[in-house]
Structure formats: C-alpha cells, structure tokens
Design a protein around this ligand. Structure first.
Ligand SMILES: Nc1ncnc2c1ncn2[C@@H]1O[C@H](COP(=O)(O)OP(=O)(O)OP(=O)(O)O)[C@@H](O)[C@H]1O
Ligand SMILES: Nc1ccn([C@@H]2O[C@H](COP(=O)(O)O)[C@@H](O)[C@H]2O)c(=O)n1
Length: 221
C-alpha cells in the first residue's frame, strides 16, 4: 500500500499526465491517470450505443463497466474488458462527450471509489494521482497537493502540436469547451487552501518536472 499520495489537478492540456508520469518514474512511484477512467467509460458507452447525454441511461450502464488500468509509469495501458483502449480513449469523439459523462454524480462516486481502491492497493512507496478533483475530493488529505496550470493559449499550442490531424482552431475550441463544462462540476482553475500552484506557462517540460518534484520534496515552489 502506498504511504505517500501526491495529488495533482489542472485544466486540459496543462501537462498533468506527461509531467506526473515522468515525475513518478523519477521518484519510483506509481502513477494514476484518473481522466482515463472517465474517458474509458465514455468510450464504453459509445461502443454500447448508450446515449451519453442521458444521465439515467449512463447511470444504468455503470454496472457493466469492466475497467482496468496500469499504474506503472513505464507500462501504461487502459482496458475495458479485454479491449486495449489506451489510444482509442484519446480520440476526439471520446473527448467530445467525456464531460457529459463525468458530470453525472453516480459516475463520479463510482469512479472515486475505484480510485480509492487502486490507491490503497498500489505496491509502491508513493503514488501520483492526477485529474480535476484529486486535491479536493479524491485525496484531500494527500501529503502534497499541486495545481498544475499554464496560460490557455500555451496549453492550446502544446495540444495542437500533438494532434497533427486537427486544425489549431478546432483543438482550441474543444479544449475551451471541455474546460468550461468540467469547471461547472469541479473547480480546478483556482488552488484550494493548502494547494501549491505550479505554472508552466514560461518554463519547459523538464523544468516543470523539476518544480513539481521540488514541491513534493518540500522545496519552495
Ligand atoms: N512545461 C511544458 N513545456 C512544454 N510542453 C509541455 C509542458 N508541459 C506539458 N507539455 C506538453 O503539453 C502537452 C499536453 O500535456 P498533457 O497531455 O500531459 O496534459 P494534460 O493536462 O494531461 O491534458 P488532458 O487533461 O487534456 O489529458 C503534451 O504534449 C506535453 O508534452
Ligand atoms: N479527476 C477527474 C479527471 C477527469 N475528469 C473528466 O475526464 C475528462 C478527461 O480527463 P483528462 O485528464 O484525460 O483530460 C475531463 O475532461 C473531465 O471531464 C474528471 O471529471 N475528474
């Protein structure tokens, strides 16, 4: 069981997954991507033909959601049943509906219970858990709580550099739309009491990891 829990929240494209994964590698910790559970559920609902706008139908489909995720930062995968959905859950069709699914209270309580089980069973000394409500709901008592952020235009530019098949305007529109919808459910734009902000707007990837590890080790932010 992990003695140390590091909670990291932030808006879309702020670097939560890439920075958390790399920091976990360096510290020998496990890494839990909580957004993957919401994405995998959205993928599963689309696959089963469930209307993702219908909260009752989404709640009804939760019992059949057979989800597993690797918490090894060197061997990351996500599965629904026997299907490896690691890549598929990043597709725009999933990103486009995930916020609708994540706003359903029964979804949030079910996946939060799942996260608590994964955290409790992690074999490493520590685990880095990233998402939107980790510092406030999933692990408010975590030893270290960080809000990882960056200016919206910088996040858009970084995301559109990754998604070569999509126009910059479309990527920007989707990122803004998702942040707006997600912000209506949880506040990940402002740091809660006791949460340290790391702003990567003007710093590169490696320096961001150094800053995050510095906060975890108790250096000044
Ligand atoms: N400090 C940084 N400097 C440069 N690039 C960065 C920095 N931090 C993250 N990136 C890049 O920004 C992109 C988005 O990062 P990442 O996917 O980790 O964000 P995220 O917060 O997990 O996004 P989402 O919530 O949408 O899944 C990646 O290409 C990543 O390599
Ligand atoms: N703690 C969380 C994490 C994620 N979500 C929802 O999932 C979507 C995908 O998350 P990514 O981190 O992969 O971008 C996100 O847009 C939220 O709708 C959440 O609600 N809580």
């Amino acid at each position: 069981m992990s003695e140390i829990v590091i909670a990291i929240d932030g808006p879309a494209g702020s670097g939560k997954s890439s920075v958390s994964k790399q920091a976990a590698r360096r510290l020998g910790y496990a890494y839990l991507d909580t957004g993957a559970a919401y994405r995998a559920l959205a993928w599963d609902l689309l696959d089963r033909g469930v209307d993702t706008d219908d909260a009752e139908a989404v709640t009804g489909a939760l019992a059949g959601f057979d989800y597993s995720i690797s918490i090894d930062p060197d061997d990351y995968w996500v599965r629904v049943g026997d299907v490896d959905v690691t890549e598929a859950i990043r597709e725009p069709r999933v990103s486009g509906v995930v916020s609708q699914v994540a706003r359903v209270p029964e979804v949030r309580s079910t996946v939060t219970a799942l996260f608590h089980r994964i955290i409790a069973e992690a074999p490493n000394d520590g685990i880095i858990v990233e998402g939107r409500d980790i510092t406030t709901v999933v692990a408010p008592d975590a030893q270290t709580r960080i809000l990882l952020t960056a200016a919206e235009e910088v996040r858009m530019a970084r995301r559109s550099a990754e998604l070569t098949g999509e126009s910059t305007a479309r990527v920007a529109e989707q990122l803004q739309k998702r942040d707006r919808a997600d912000s209506a459910v949880v506040d990940f734009m402002t740091a809660a009491d006791g949460v340290t902000t790391v702003d990567s707007t003007d710093i590169g990837f490696d320096e961001t990891i150094d800053r995050v590890i510095g906060v975890i080790r108790g250096d000044a932010a």
